[in-house]
Design a protein around this ligand. Structure first.
Ligand code: GLU
Length: 277
């Protein structure tokens, strides 16, 4: 009888311990409610590019990342958390952004990321905040005038790992060879050193590169549609709602157009007026 009593009490206390552990045990970061956590810390942590002029570029003088997406992330943070809300920035590339989000290192990706059906299987997106399209950057005097020309003589086109631009080349110019670099700074260096005849990604990103490198220009216009969305982990309906609501507020107040003009107002080949909201 004593033995039985001891056995029952061991089982009961083990069960109680299990219950306590389940209740207190911290959920993986990526599964915690982002809005609750952001309100507690008064901070939203954004993954932004640091190699992409106009959208997110590291200013080495003061180690700050600057660009359209950084300003938008700050504006959205203040809409969601109030005027004292803080936006933290973590630098991502096209290939690191998804794992950093999935591991909970960042709350949201705002990094020239196109909303695609494949990505929607893994993450959720806000509605689109910028409409880009894929294009080409070539050296002045290049015989490559559009994406079809990449098929001729098996041209090499440069792109970045983790971007959907490299996959699109296979659809539009299946005979082209693709060389994938790890970020856009390296891809531009590869273009300048003649490792490829063209660099491909979205028109806004290429426009930023051509501002820095006047010997290069965009060729052939946009051959895809690339709507950029803010990527967040799945099962965060409150965060998604708050982001979309904040985006509407930023657009309606005229702040979106001011940020747009600040970054794209003077970029040759881009008509920012067409992108106003
Ligand atoms: N928008 C494209 C993408 O999401 C290209 C830009 C980038 O590499 O981030 O893949």
């Amino acid at each position: 009888m004593k033995k039985l009593f001891r056995l029952v009490s061991v089982i009961v206390s083990s069960l109680a311990l299990l219950l306590v552990l389940t209740a207190c045990g911290s959920k993986p970061l990526a599964d915690q409610n982002v809005v609750t956590r952001a309100k507690q810390s008064n901070t939203i942590t954004w993954g932004v590019k640091a190699d992409t002029k106009l959208f997110g570029l590291m200013d080495v003088k003061n180690s700050q990342i600057k660009g359209f997406e950084v300003d938008m992330a700050k504006a959205l943070t203040k809409q969601i958390l109030g005027p004292k809300g803080k936006a933290d920035f973590v630098q991502v590339t096209s290939s690191t952004r998804m794992p950093l989000l999935k591991n909970g290192n960042i709350d949201a990706i705002m990094a020239t990321m196109t909303i695609t059906p494949e990505r929607l299987k893994q993450v959720d997106f806000s509605r689109s905040y910028f409409d880009a399209g894929q294009s080409l950057l070539v050296k002045n005097g290049s015989p490559i005038k559009n994406v079809k020309d990449l098929n001729k003589n098996g041209a090499t086109v440069l792109g970045v790992v983790g971007s959907n631009s490299v996959q699109n080349v296979a659809k539009f110019a299946p005979k082209a060879k693709v060389l994938q670099l790890s970020d856009y700074a390296q891809a531009m260096t590869a273009l300048k050193s003649g490792q490829g005849e063209a660099l491909t990604t979205d028109n806004g990103i290429l426009a930023g590169m051509s501002v820095e490198n006047p010997g290069y220009h965009l060729a052939g216009g946009a051959f895809t549609k690339e709507p950029y969305g803010i990527a967040i982990n799945k099962n965060q309906p409150e965060f998604k709602h708050d982001l979309n609501h904040a985006l509407t507020k930023v657009e309606q107040s005229g702040q979106y157009n001011r940020i747009l003009k600040k970054w794209f107002g003077n970029v040759p080949g881009l008509n920012y007026k067409e992108m106003e909201r």
